[in-house]
Ligand binder design. Structure first.
Ligand SMILES: [Zn+2]
Length: 339
């Protein structure tokens, strides 16, 4: 029996030594020390021994049990430490790994151009005014000297919602709304915003586009003041070497009216941009028609003013050398990412 116990001990210690995982140790413990384990079976068989042998064998069984338990505990600690190491290694946080940066948005090219133009006029003392895009016929046309039967209404292919309400065809109604609100004080505003026309979308037309309108009303404002403001704008936006020229034109809300051209970057040599003329049309302008001043409650004998309006898409297309207006609205990332 001593021999048998010696074999059990050796077997157990060998198995423990070979165990590579904590739960294997548990199985070994059950196998040798459990209720149905090998050592327990030996203890049960001790009834068959001679009485004087029992304490001797009992003593040996206890020693074997203690040896196995100690071996299990030691091996357990070793394995637990090793498993901890493995776990730590797996969970290592690489603090030098570069982070994933979120994609940053940026301003749309039309917004960039609009803000650049706004900044120039804000620098001259203008403030920004806004008005509704769904507008009354009165503000969009009538108060701008465009009565219902006026032939110039045909120039605006309007999108009507009801006979008296439409999507504004220009930012000029903001002029009227501002004059009504500010009356009788002097006015110096720019009004940027979306406008709508019943146009099919093609390379040079869009049913929705951006305009920027300017209005100045005060005592003693002359056409010369208009030319001065627009010259300063052209030099700031296009370059100090630029000039403007004014050609007679017609708008119902200004009198006299002018189309305004800026000299081309080719300095008169003629190029594709100016189609060989040396000039590029940039905006329409004029002195505020006295009829418009009167309808807004101002006395044209006392004050005068000027107004101008420009299309932001046209200006942006020339600035960035874009030949199709549709790219502004298609949200193609390959296009937008260039700005
Ligand atoms: Zn040119």
């Amino acid at each position: 029996m001593k021999e048998q116990l010696g074999k059990i001990k050796a077997e157990a210690l060998a198995e423990i030594g070979n165990a590579e995982q904590s739960n294997t140790l548990n199985d070994i413990r059950i196998k040798f020390l459990g209720k149905k384990g090998v050592l327990t079976a030996i203890l049960r068989g001790m009834g068959d021994l001679a009485p004087e042998e029992r304490p001797v064998i009992g003593e040996i069984v206890n020693q074997v049990r203690q040896s196995i338990e100690k071996a299990l505990d030691d091996r357990g600690l070793t394995l637990a430490a090793r498993e901890q190491q493995v776990k730590l290694a797996q969970e290592t946080l690489d603090i030098f790994l570069p982070g994933r940066s979120p994609r940053m948005g940026h301003a749309h090219p039309l917004q960039l151009v609009l803000e650049e133009i706004e900044d120039i006029f804000l620098g001259m003392g203008f403030t920004i005014a806004e008005g509704p895009e769904v507008e009354q016929d009165y503000y969009n046309f009538e108060a701008l000297n465009l009565p219902k039967d006026h032939p110039a209404r045909d120039m605006h292919d309007s999108l009507y919602i009801t006979p008296e309400v439409l999507l504004r065809t220009h930012t000029s109604p903001v002029q009227i709304r501002t004059m009504e609100r500010m009356h009788p004080n002097p006015i110096r505003i720019i009004a940027p915003g979306r406008v709508y026309r019943r146009d099919a979308l093609d390379a040079s037309h869009s049913p929705m586009f951006l305009q920027l309108e300017g209005l100045l009303v005060d005592k003693g404002v002359t056409f010369g003041d208009l030319k001065g403001v627009l010259t300063l704008f052209a030099k700031k936006f296009y370059g100090e070497d630029r000039q403007i020229r004014m050609r007679p034109s017609f708008f119902p809300f200004t009198e006299p009216s002018a189309e305004v051209d800026v000299s081309c970057g080719c300095l008169g040599k003629g190029c594709r941009v100016c189609k060989g003329t040396g000039w590029i049309e940039i905006l329409g302008a004029g002195s505020v028609n006295p009829i418009v001043l009167k309808m807004a409650g101002y006395d044209p004998e006392e004050v005068s003013g000027f107004a101008f309006g420009m299309g932001i898409e046209r200006i942006a297309m020339r600035k960035y050398d874009i030949n199709d207006i549709r790219v502004f609205y298609e949200n193609d990332q390959r296009f937008l990412n260039q700005f």
